[in-house]
Design a binder for this molecule. Structure first.
Ligand SMILES: CCCCCCCCCCCCCCCC(=O)SCCNC(=O)CCNC(=O)[C@H](O)C(C)(C)COP(=O)(O)OP(=O)(O)OC[C@H]1O[C@@H](n2cnc3c(N)ncnc32)[C@H](O)[C@@H]1OP(=O)(O)O
Length: 235
């Protein structure tokens, strides 16, 4: 195993009351769901220019209702469990993100499994998933697999192989597994398969190297982490 630093699971503390936090999570999840429906409807609609203008006016009004206090860059939301657990605004897994499929993440015997179904929002070639989106799913799950193994790290190399196009509107399974470590380096494999058609045939595979930043770099890169740790200790 790595001789690099190891990190505890975070985010279970209660700077805000637990019940309040649960209400917040439910509201974030609900808004994320509605926004994803809006984005999907937007990229699939053939509505008239008049309708599109009216909708744009409505969206602008609604956006105005969310522009109060903003989180600062790097500030970790209280609802998050960083680095190993759910992050509500992740563009891959975030229940609150309009960009996220969102991918559900589950523990497996030797790594993590992700599941999601992609649609028009994530289209590349007509009818198929954008290659960059496949890379994003794998990068996220492979990064989460590092953290789940107790060795969180940042991607320094991600080698993608696209064997077959990934169909939209098809349930997908994403797998990530740590295969070894060397000092602060973590080696990870990943794949995407269809859960319904030929589930044993990999559509996309990836090999990644992740690196755990040393403690000084970690402090410099993630100042918000200190506050999360302090929150944990208080909780
Ligand atoms: C609590 C802590 C937080 C940690 C984090 C948690 C994040 C949990 C989020 C989860 C969700 C996931 C999300 C998806 C994952 C992203 O998307 S991460 C974002 C994309 N990646 C980045 O932005 C990383 C940018 N790179 C960097 O900042 C720096 O390279 C790093 C990662 C801080 C490492 O810098 P460094 O400590 O100076 O590393 P350095 O000494 O140069 O290299 C260390 C070792 O790695 C090797 N190496 C470096 N680059 C490469 C390469 N490209 N190929 C092969 N080997 C390489 C070096 O050769 C060296 O090996 P040894 O000589 O030790 O054998």
């Amino acid at each position: 195993m790595s001789d690099g630093p190891r990190f505890p699971r975070t985010g279970t503390g209660t700077g805000t009351g637990t019940e309040e936090l649960e209400h917040q999570k439910a509201a974030i999840t609900r808004l994320g769901h509605e926004l994803r429906a809006l984005v999907e409807a937007t990229v699939r609609t053939d509505a008239s220019p008049d309708t599109l203008h009216r909708v744009a006016d409505g969206v602008r009004t609604v956006t105005g209702r969310l522009t109060g206090r903003r989180r600062a860059r790097g500030e970790i939301p209280e609802v998050d469990e960083f680095p190993a657990g759910p992050r509500f605004y992740s563009p891959v897994t975030g229940a609150g993100s309009p960009l996220a499929p969102p991918m559900r993440v589950m523990a497996a015997d030797d790594g993590l499994i992700g599941e999601c179904t992609l649609a028009g929002t994530h289209e590349g070639p007509p009818g198929y998933v954008h290659g960059g989106v496949s890379a994003m799913l794998l990068d996220e799950l492979m990064g989460r697999a590092c953290a789940a193994a107790g060795t969180p790290g940042l991607t320094v190399s991600l080698q993608m192989r696209y064997h077959r196009p990934v169909l939209l509107e098809t349930p997908l399974r994403i797998i990530a597994r740590v295969t070894g470590t060397d000092g602060r380096k973590i080696f990870v494999n990943g794949s995407i398969t269809s859960r319904t058609a030929a589930p044993d045939a990999s559509l996309v595979t990836a090999e990644g190297v992740f690196v755990t930043p040393d403690p000084d770099s970690t402090r410099a890169l993630f100042p918000g982490l200190q506050r999360v740790m302090a929150r944990e200790l208080r909780g």
